[in-house]
Design a protein around this ligand. Structure first.
Ligand code: S3P
Length: 177
């Protein structure tokens, strides 16, 4: 049995969708940012502030290596997780990669003022640049769902239909085959 891995830009809904999807499937939900915070005893923002992004990425690498060995997990990644090819490969080996897409406007309005994400602190142009540069990674997902105009429940239903169609038991692409 494989994992379901949600990828996409910050604010695309990975954690909210992932939690509800896991509930529907009766699987466990994990969030890589949460795991990193638990291991380091620091919030993501604190790790960036005190130790820098390099340290965060190295903790992220360790968390991904561990989680990608498991089964029946819904994994919400951080927006930058799959930019590292090693992370992509580890997650994709045992999981279906589902990209959650959202327009930049939708992302900015979802995030609103309560912005504790270190990489979304800059002006709109800076965020737009990051968003654009990253699309080439996210589009490599096995499936992509546009969440822009949808509620969490609508996105979850779409993923469940997708899994039904694909047949998660038969979705085999692992090196064990
Ligand atoms: C990041 C996204 C964040 C978090 C960190 C870096 C990124 O996760 O991992 O702030 O590089 O896009 P979310 O996508 O859950 O906000």
């Amino acid at each position: 049995m494989h994992n379901i891995v949600l990828i996409g830009f910050m604010g695309s809904g990975k954690s909210s969708v992932g939690k509800r999807l896991a509930q529907s499937l009766g699987w466990d939900f994990v969030d890589t940012d949460y795991e990193i915070a638990a291991i380091t005893n620091l919030s993501v923002a604190e790790i960036f502030r005190r130790h820098g992004e390099t340290r965060f990425r190295s903790e992220e690498r360790i968390v991904v290596a561990r989680l990608s060995q498991k089964r029946q997990l819904v994994i919400a990644t951080g927006g930058g997780t799959v930019l590292n090819q090693l992370n992509w490969d580890a997650l994709a080996r045992n999981g279906i990669m589902i990209g959650l897409h959202a327009s930049l406007d939708a992302i900015l309005s979802r995030i609103g003022h309560k912005n504790d994400r270190p990489l979304l602190k800059g002006p709109r142009e800076e965020i737009e640049k990051l968003w654009s540069e990253r699309q080439k990674y996210y589009v490599q997902a096995d499936f992509t769902i546009d969440t822009t105009q949808k509620t969490i429940d609508e996105v979850v239903s779409e993923i469940l239909e997708l899994l039904e169609r694909v047949g998660i038991n038969e979705f085999t692409r692992s090196s064990e085959n």
